[in-house]
Design a protein around this ligand. Structure first.
Ligand SMILES: C[S@@+](CC[C@H](N)C(=O)[O-])C[C@H]1O[C@@H](n2cnc3c(N)ncnc32)[C@H](O)[C@@H]1O
Length: 241
């Protein structure tokens, strides 16, 4: 089965054509300015995908990108040839460096799926932060904001390619399950049909804050100022070594 971040990576930027990375970047910078207590400007973008946030963040920060999927990293490198990228899992990466800022955006944290993995991931983020450094996490939906059984459709089209992605939301316990059906019509090719199943953990705000605190972070959930009002933003500042 093709995976969204594997064989389908080349369609990622088209599927999310509507996302305003430039505007989001301004809001991220505002949060960094408000909460970061360190003087440095090193930034690690975890689950950087095709490197679209980095395209803007690199103008002010000395950036490193990290992602699990090589196909996504290839696109990120092409977009940002001057940046260092690392292929690793956010739950267990080990870099020989501590950062002033760590970002993990657009619900990527949901891919760790369980609270046990979330705890491990947050500890890992904290271990890679300088004291006074800030971590910014844009979460996936929680059980109370996710709706089961609703139909979803995303359409992208230009003169050379038409993409339709349809799914019906489902969930089991605290895992959201989206079986995405892709229909892709490209000039001079056969129409392709792919199915890709996305499973993300739905984490409660209070439990996430508790785990951030356990990882040694001064943690807050921002509803106002967030990039997406529905999902909000977690901000954590590292307290001590
Ligand atoms: C929804 S995309 C977000 C990409 C990018 N941050 C953006 O805003 O466009 C999720 C990303 O998480 C990455 N990912 C999933 N699980 C991961 C893991 N365990 N460690 C690192 N990256 C992971 C995927 O490869 C994909 O690039």
């Amino acid at each position: 089965m093709p995976q969204m971040y594997g064989e389908l990576a080349k369609y990622y930027d088209l599927i999310y054509y509507w996302k305003n990375y430039k505007e989001e970047n301004e809001k991220i910078k505002e949060i960094i300015r408000k909460y970061k207590k360190t003087k440095g400007n090193s930034l690690l973008e975890v689950a950087c995908g095709t490197g679209r946030h980095l395209e803007y963040l690199k103008k002010e920060f000395e950036c490193t990108g990290l992602d699990l999927n090589e196909e996504m990293l290839k696109l990120a490198r092409k977009r940002n040839p001057e940046i260092k990228f690392v292929r690793a899992d956010m739950m267990k990466f080990r870099l020989d460096k501590k950062f002033d800022v760590i970002t993990c955006l657009f619900s990527s944290i949901g891919y760790v799926r369980t609270y046990k993995n979330l705890e491990k991931t947050l500890k890992n983020f904290s271990n890679h932060l300088k004291v006074g450094g800030v971590v910014i996490i844009e979460p996936w939906l929680s059980k109370s904001t996710y709706t089961k059984y609703s139909p979803h459709l995303t359409v992208y089209q230009d003169k050379d390619i038409k993409i339709a992605r349809a799914s019906i939301s489902d969930a089991k316990d605290n895992i959201s399950i989206m079986k995405m059906h892709y229909l892709i019509a490209e000039r001079r090719k056969q129409v392709k049909h792919f199915v890709s199943i996305e499973k993300l953990g739905m984490f409660e705000i209070s439990k996430t804050l508790q785990l951030m605190k356990k990882a040694g972070l001064d943690a807050k959930f921002l509803k106002k100022n967030s990039l997406d009002m529905e999902r909000g933003i977690f901000v954590g500042v590292k307290k001590s070594e």
